[in-house]
Write a protein of this length. Structure first.
Length: 388
C-alpha cells in the first residue's frame, strides 16, 4: 500500500526527528511504500529557517521518497503565506496513494487533496494540526482572517472525506474543535514523540560517558540540560541560567544548546562561565538524544517544543513551564511544572530535586518505565493510520 505524506502547510527538514520525519520513517519500516511531498522550507546548519534553492526528488536516509516543490512564481510572496505550490494536484495524482496523511491543514493547496479524494473515494485520509492559541492566531490577520475564515473553510471542506483530525497536543485538539468547528468525534490526540532507535542508543552508558568527557564533566556530577530555539517564546531560559548561577550548587553543571535570537545573545553569553554553565551551540537532531541520555535533569522553562516529549522518552526527570493543555508530558510523576516566571520559583524546584535524591530517583523511575511507552514513534505511527 502507498502512503503519501503532505508537508505543505509546514516545514520539512531532512534527517530530523520531527513528526514529519518520524511518521514516514516508521511507516516505511511497517512495510508501506512511502512518499513525502514537501515545501522548500527547511533549516540551515544553525537551525534557522531557510528556503532550499531548487525543487528536487530524492530518496532520504530512511529510504522513502521525498519530492520538494516550490511556491507558485506569480505573486510568490503571497503564495508563501497562502502556501500555493507548483503542480500539487498532478504530483498527488502521480503517486496514486491509498492513504494520505496531511501534516498541518493550513495551506491553500489542500483544495487539491479535496479534489483527489472526491475522485478516489477509497483513499483513507488523515489530517493533523500543529496550531494552538499559543503559537498561532496571535494577530488580527492571523486570528480572524487566516484561521477563523480561510483555514476553517478548508478544514470544513475536507472534513467529510477525513477519517480523523489529530491534534499533536491536547491544546491543539481543542483548537480543531473550537477554532475550526470540526466534529468532536472526528478529533483526537496523536502526540508528538521520540525516535525509538535513537532513544535506545542514547540510554547506553558509553553514550553518556562520551558526551560528558567532551565537556569535562565527571560521571558523578549532576547535569542539567536545556535548549532549543532560544527566542522571545523561550527567553525564560535566561531565568534558569540565573538560578543556576546564584545557587552555586556543588557538582552541578548546566548545558545550554540551540540557536539564540540576536537580541538575546549578549545577555545569554554574559551569564555563561564555560565551567558550571556551558553554551554548546546548535546540536543536530541525533545529538540531542545523546545529550538527554547524558543528563540527569532536563529543564524547559519556556514555550513547548518537540524536545519535551523527546526528553521524557529518553527517561530523564524534567521540569516544564506549565501551559494549559500541555500537561500530557506528565506520565505519572516524572516531571514538575513552573507556574511563575521567576528565578526564585525555578531555584526552589531545582533545590528540591537536586538535594533530595529520593525525589529525583522516583521521578527517574517513572520516566524510564513510562516515557518511551507513551512517546514511541513506532507506536504513534501505527496509531496514526489506524481506523477505529
Amino acid at each position: 500500500m502507498k502512503i503519501l505524506h503532505l508537508c505543505l502547510g509546514c516545514f520539512y527538514i531532512d534527517n530530523y526527528s520531527y513528526q514529519e520525519n518520524m511518521l514516514p520513517k516508521y511507516h516505511k519500516k511497517m512495510g508501506y511504500d512511502v512518499t513525502v511531498i514537501a515545501s522548500l522550507v527547511s533549516f540551515d546548519k544553525n537551525g534557522q529557517q531557510c528556503l532550499l534553492a531548487t525543487e528536487s526528488e530524492y530518496v532520504c536516509a530512511d529510504h522513502y521518497k521525498v519530492i520538494r516543490i516550490d511556491f507558485k512564481p506569480f505573486m510568490r510572496p503571497l503564495n508563501r503565506i497562502l502556501k500555493r505550490y507548483n503542480n500539487t494536484y498532478s504530483l498527488i495524482n502521480d503517486e496514486h496513494p491509498d492513504i494520505i496523511f496531511v501534516h498541518g491543514c493550513q495551506f491553500l493547496d489542500i483544495r487539491y487533496v479535496v479534489k483527489y479524494v472526491r475522485k478516489h473515494r477509497g483513499v483513507r485520509l488523515f489530517v493533523d494540526n500543529h496550531s494552538d492559541v499559543a503559537n498561532s492566531a496571535r494577530n488580527i490577520v492571523s486570528k480572524y482572517i487566516l484561521h477563523r475564515i480561510l483555514w476553517r473553510y478548508w478544514a470544513k471542506q475536507i472534513e467529510p472525506y477525513t477519517a480523523k483530525f489529530y491534534g499533536v497536543l491536547p491544546a491543539r485538539v481543542e483548537f480543531l474543535k473550537n477554532v475550526y468547528k470540526l466534529p468532536e468525534l472526528k478529533c483526537d490526540l496523536l502526540v508528538i514523540g521520540a525516535d525509538d532507535e535513537r532513544v535506545i542508543l542514547a540510554k547506553e552508558e558509553i553514550t553518556k560517558r562520551k558526551v560528558r568527557e567532551r565537556h569535562n564533566i565527571a560521571m558523578d556530577e549532576f547535569v542539567i540540560i536545556t535548549g532549543g530555539k532560544i527566542d522571545s517564546g523561550k527567553k525564560q531560559i535566561l531565568l534558569l541560567i540565573r538560578a543556576i548561577s546564584a545557587l552555586r550548587l556543588a557538582n552541578v553543571k548546566l548545558l545550554v544548546f540551540g540557536s539564540v535570537i540576536n537580541h538575546l545573545r549578549d545577555e545569554l553569553f554574559a551569564l555563561v562561565d564555560n565551567d558550571r554553565i556551558q553554551y554548546i551551540g546548535w546540536l543536530e537532531s541525533d545529538e540531542v538524544y545523546d545529550y538527554f541520555g547524558a543528563s540527569d535533569l532536563a529543564v524547559f522553562p519556556g514555550g513547548h517544543s518537540v524536545l519535551w516529549e523527546q526528553a521524557v522518552a529518553v527517561g530523564i526527570p524534567c521540569v516544564f513551564k506549565y501551559w494549559n493543555g500541555m500537561t500530557h508530558v506528565d506520565v505519572g510523576g516524572n516531571c514538575k511544572f513552573i507556574y511563575n516566571d521567576t528565578v526564585e520559583e525555578i531555584s526552589n524546584i531545582l533545590i528540591g530535586i537536586i538535594n533530595d535524591r529520593d525525589v529525583h530517583s522516583k521521578m527517574k523511575k517513572v520516566a524510564e518505565e513510562k516515557g518511551l511507552k507513551t512517546f514511541s514513534y513506532k507506536e504513534i505511527a501505527r496509531r496514526a493510520i489506524q481506523l477505529d
